[in-house]
Design a protein around this ligand. Structure first.
Ligand code: TYM
Length: 380
């Protein structure tokens, strides 16, 4: 299919047409009916579900059915640790927290210090492990249930995963993995094996696994779904999100490769203000007169997009902001200020919770109820 955008686990290029992506990847759109079914159970809908940030799925209907029938399900998500997380990385975790709160289910969070090391020629394993510790603090700060959440690092938990990883790996051929991930003969063999390790946690329980993540991770799940049943497990279900766009324009995704295009969880209030005021791509007109006359375009304005996708969860307020901006009553500077204030409030609270998280690392990795059970379990 020819298109001027591409989405892979490593890169998002161009203006993503999410409807086309659903067709390309063979997933389903989350329909209003499905949202209603969820709302019947949860009472309300998270802002990211209401506004179609989480827009695509596979077997979410079956997950809901399993839940309704008392069979239950579990959640799984993950992170390849890097030097400092940005706001975009937090999106799936915040949404996952909402799901866990509503459904009271187990959650497994894989930290792929191995993947990051093997993919990046410049990084040492010591560095990716340090990043792992650091990123785990940001993840814990999101506020998961310590009794129902297990956070594990591949290089540490590998002994328990390895038997099942060999079974998964034996089902996948090099040519499939090469084609799915665009590998080459010069790729190191660690990367060739790695997909087995991202698939294994989908089989941590003999229940359906629901994976909340950005849609860029989809290739792994396509492989999983080809082989799961032959190993006696369920095909993994997904609930997939769009990307928080980079500050600098509505195309691609916020990514660490361009620091000015991202807001990091460690950015102080002044930095946040400077970045937003200087770089946030604007849908406004070049002069105040023109803006008042013709109005702004929220559809391409990154500050508006961020407010819409996550930071302004009040439906009435976001509607008013949209109308005021479109009509020209609200200027770009005013719109940006709303975002700066929201971001700084969010980051201040996040940093306080991150400090508290230091006391909880051992709970989530080893001593919590689920963590303890998991260390006693060898996955076969
Ligand atoms: P990683 O570390 O690249 O990304 C972690 C999660 O963040 C999502 N994400 C974004 N979401 C919205 N907007 C953005 N700009 C943005 N950038 C990244 C990703 O989709 C992902 O959900 N291989 C994985 C680690 C992993 C994993 C998993 C991820 C292991 N097991 C299970 C999800 C589910 C990785 O490199 O993620």
């Amino acid at each position: 299919m020819s298109s001027n955008f591409s989405v892979t686990p490593w890169e998002v290029k161009g203006k993503v047409d999410y409807d086309k992506l659903i067709v390309q990847f063979g997933t389903q759109k989350i329909t209003p009916e499905l949202k209603e079914r969820i709302k019947k159970i949860t009472g309300d809908l998270d802002v990211m579900l209401r506004r179609d940030v989480f827009f695509s799925h596979r077997d979410l209907d079956l997950v809901i059915k399993d839940y309704e029938e008392g069979k239950g399900f579990f959640l799984y998500t993950g992170r390849a640790p890097s030097l400092g997380m940005h706001i975009g990385h937090l999106i799936p975790f915040i949404f996952t927290k909402w799901l866990q709160e509503k459904f009271k289910v187990n959650l497994y969070i894989e930290i792929t210090d191995d993947e990051k090391f093997m993919r990046n020629p410049e990084l040492t394993l010591d560095q990716t492990r340090q990043f792992a510790y650091d990123n785990i603090l940001d993840i814990i700060a999101v506020g998961f249930d310590p009794d129902r959440t297990f956070i594990f690092q591949d290089t540490e938990y590998i002994r328990n995963m390895y038997p099942l990883a060999t079974k998964v790996a034996k089902k996948l051929t090099f040519s499939e993995v090469r084609a799915t991930f665009g590998l080459e003969n010069s790729s190191n063999i660690g990367i060739i094996f790695y997909p087995a390790l991202q698939i294994v946690p989908t089989m941590f329980e003999k229940k359906r696994c629901l994976i909340p993540a950005g849609i860029d991770q989809d290739p792994y799940w396509r492989l999983q779904r080809d082989i799961a049943e032959s190993l006696g497990y369920y095909k993994a279900a997904q609930i997939q999100s769009k990307f928080l766009p980079p500050l600098t324009g509505p195309e691609g995704k916020m990514s660490s490769s361009n620091p000015e295009s991202a807001i990091y969880l460690t950015d102080d209030p002044k930095t946040v203000e400077r970045k937003i005021m200087k770089y946030a791509f604007s849908g406004g007109q070049p002069t105040i007169e023109l803006h008042k006359k013709y109005g702004g375009n929220p559809d391409i304005d990154v500050s508006f997009q961020w407010l819409y996708m996550f930071f302004e969860d009040d439906d009435n307020k976001i509607k008013k902001i949209e109308e005021d901006y479109r009509s020209g009553n609200m200027l770009t500077g005013e719109l940006k200020q709303i975002l700066v204030d929201k971001l700084n409030k969010f980051l201040e609270e996040h940093r306080a919770k991150r400090e508290e998280a230091k006391e909880l690392v051992n709970t989530f990795k080893h001593e919590g109820k689920l963590a303890k059970e998991m260390w006693n379990k060898i996955h076969e």
